[in-house]
Design a protein around this ligand. Sequence first.
Ligand code: 13P
Length: 342
Amino acid sequence: MTEHYNELQATLANIVAPGKGILAADESTPTITKRFSALGIESNETSRRAYRSLLFTTPGAEASLAGVILFEETLGQKADDGTRLADVLAKRGILPGIKVDKGTTPLPGAPGDVITQGLDGLAERLDAYKAQGARFTKWREVYAITDRNPTELGIDANAEVLARYAGVCQQQGLVPIVEPEVLIDGEHSIERCAEVTEAVLHAVFDALHRHRVATEAIILKPNMVVPGKAHARKATPDEVATATLTVLRRTVPASVPTINFLSGGQSPEEATANLNAMNARDTRAPWILSFSFARALQDPVMALWKGAQSNVAAAQAAFNHRLQMASRARDGTWSPALERQR
Ligand code: 13P
């Protein structure tokens, strides 16, 4: 067992605090530039710093946020008063985390599948991130659904990389967020998403076992089981909860302390309603079911901010509202009526 076991457990004790979840604010520079551009906001170091400062200084956010995943650039940035942004979070009792993968590239031998890069030199990079205040990490593998994808090779190769990443993180004393994301793009049914997600998670936990990763010291960040975005019919929150919990129960060991879902292109209200439906069931799951949303927490915030200092207060109010809704969903006490009470 890793010499850092107690450190990993202490980090997790913070992450699983009641009512709390994770904000993913780790969009790479090309991704946040795409999101800013869609709203007419210029993307440069200054505007990205201003936007992330807005999120991290939102009054009340500490009530619903256990951690925030940062992009490398943000870890080195400072707030207006000169405090490092990672310290702004830490001072509020919110743990800073860091995205450590270097994005995807096509997987040779598996047309249509991709694989995530960044394992070389990872241990050394982690040491540096830890010295800058990071306490947990994120690595995302991506699986598109088509008639042929993901292939068996794609599923196995991606699982192997996730497990190698998780092993290195635990060895360095950082809790790994293990994120296998089955994409929402396409016309596929909820049954097809369930079939793929089950195969992916099964392979991931097999690889974690082979690599001697302590499953009680990871955070799982999966997609919810939903129909493709272009599918003819949307699933109800009840259908999503049933399909997602069935797949998770078949594949995820009870030792995993917490499952923090990504929102994956669902609207903020959809992602919240679906998480709520899982937590509102009277048959308790063995894990905490929480959130690690990016778009479902940030979309309305960015749209209100529009890059203007004069909009900061309104944008922060919208962020706090989304956080409160996600927190209620984590407890299974959200309702559509709450969305309109502000
Ligand atoms: P979304 O919630 O927007 O899917 O983002 C979560 C995330 O961190 C993807 O890697």
